[in-house]
Design a binder for this molecule. Sequence first.
Ligand code: FAD
Length: 500
Amino acid sequence: MEHGVTQRHVIIIGAGAGGLSASIDVALAGVRVTLLERAATPGGKMHTREVDDVSVDGGPTVLTMRSVFEQLFEDAGTSLSERLTLLDSTVIARHAWTDGGLLDLYPDREQSRQSIAQFAGSDNAAGFDRFYAQSEKIHNALSSTFMSATKPNPLSLVGRVLRQHPPSSLLAARPSPDLWRALGGFFSDERLQQLFGRYATYVGSSPLSTPATLMLIAHVELDGVWLVDGGMHRLAKAMADLGQELGVDLHLNTHVNEVLVKNRKAVGVRLDDGTVLTADAVIFNGDTQAIATGQLGESAASAVTLRPSNQRALSAFTWCIKGQSSGFDLDHHNVFFESNYPSEFNTIFEDGNVPTKPTVYVCAQDRGPTGKRNAAERLLMLVNAPANGDKQTWSTDEVNHIRDNALAVLDRCGLTLSFGDDDCVATTPTDWHRRFPGSGGSLYGGASHGIWSSFTRSGARSRLKGLYLSGGSVHPGPGVPMATLSGRLAARTLLSDIIR
Ligand SMILES: Cc1cc2nc3c(=O)[nH]c(=O)nc-3n(C[C@H](O)[C@H](O)[C@H](O)COP(=O)(O)OP(=O)(O)OC[C@H]3O[C@@H](n4cnc5c(N)ncnc54)[C@H](O)[C@@H]3O)c2cc1C
């Protein structure tokens, strides 16, 4: 450790995936870290809701890119597997359609191919082979040049790809503007277009408007999908525990009102109760729009670009449920499709409404490799929604109406869920907006619409000296692994600036 480095102090605002990973790396460099989190637990979107006597995971449920977390723990001199049990998902997800179709996708290419051949015939299975080969090429071209690298622009990305890969990789990674249409070139069965088009929603976007590069998610999933034994919030806890062991000073229930600026540099923060804390640098892990809209003070507002509300990514209505299921053999991850997928996204992004016949995701948390179900099981049900939680509120009747529309889709797929009103806890876009200031309820920052969208996200360095950014609304984008990488990028950038 360099002499003098221990005297430095960094404040991190927010203990989501990107704040936690940043805190670990900055503390590891011997810098004093204060981590300030407004919620009562660390983890941000990785959280649980109490339903009667059980805790239900209310945020992310699909864990991919295991190596991102292994590397984080390994770099800190420990191991993820010592602290957390990750279980292999034998099925990526079970997909059902209201017309009776059923398809399981596996983290094994040949098994998925056979499943698709049985479901939609040999032409579509051959299409899957071509689709997967393309997905692998895109992934290989972009994983180190884009995802793990500091924010590139289009030119620097081309340079990085060419330095690390043959020129043909550029062709694979070229941004074709429309995932939905690109999928039509691989699959004649529209249900497969739907299934793989759903990857756009992993980054809160519409398959009609996201670039086809997002098909790289297929490769990521075939690389492995894991369940965290005990629930995803355990991952957040393991990261928070590691940070604290390294000396991170974590304060919960602590809302930051202002980033203090002196001589055009971030020099500390002011808390809700007026307390002032000074620092050599500050990392912000919330939605960048909280900064842009002045919620961290007027002096910091120009540190990031203001994103128009029509460029927000998806929000969601979710229900954490303790209940019974019947009529359909649920797996851990289940997706229930209606027939008209494009109309769902037009309703959300063009009309700003919640679809009446939505795609419904159900996570049956007690099912899977070591699942243990009692009479009642823990379920998370989710439908996509527009991110207008700062402009609209929903009455209980309206929320129940949206819930009943989702239950009707499940019913048409053969699944009946039963639960009492007290055993179902809803979260609306308004609730998400309140939990994540500045977001409007968007769960993934800005939508990845258009071929340049990936380049418009802020990088780790904001426009204000001393203020750094991490989290799903900045490069390389949303999802727990990506947000974790963003925190590591913020730490690396900050450390290279302050340790000179
Ligand atoms: C329902 C749902 C399902 C999802 N499913 C998946 C999935 O299956 N797989 C996947 O990989 N991803 C999924 N995601 C996305 C994933 O959860 C997020 O992209 C990721 O967790 C975001 O991490 P983050 O670093 O941006 O921090 P966040 O989780 O956004 O946390 C930011 C933290 O900052 C705090 N904060 C903000 N402002 C302040 C302030 N002023 N003062 C103090 N604290 C502040 C907040 O309280 C919060 O704790 C899902 C998200 C949701 C909501």
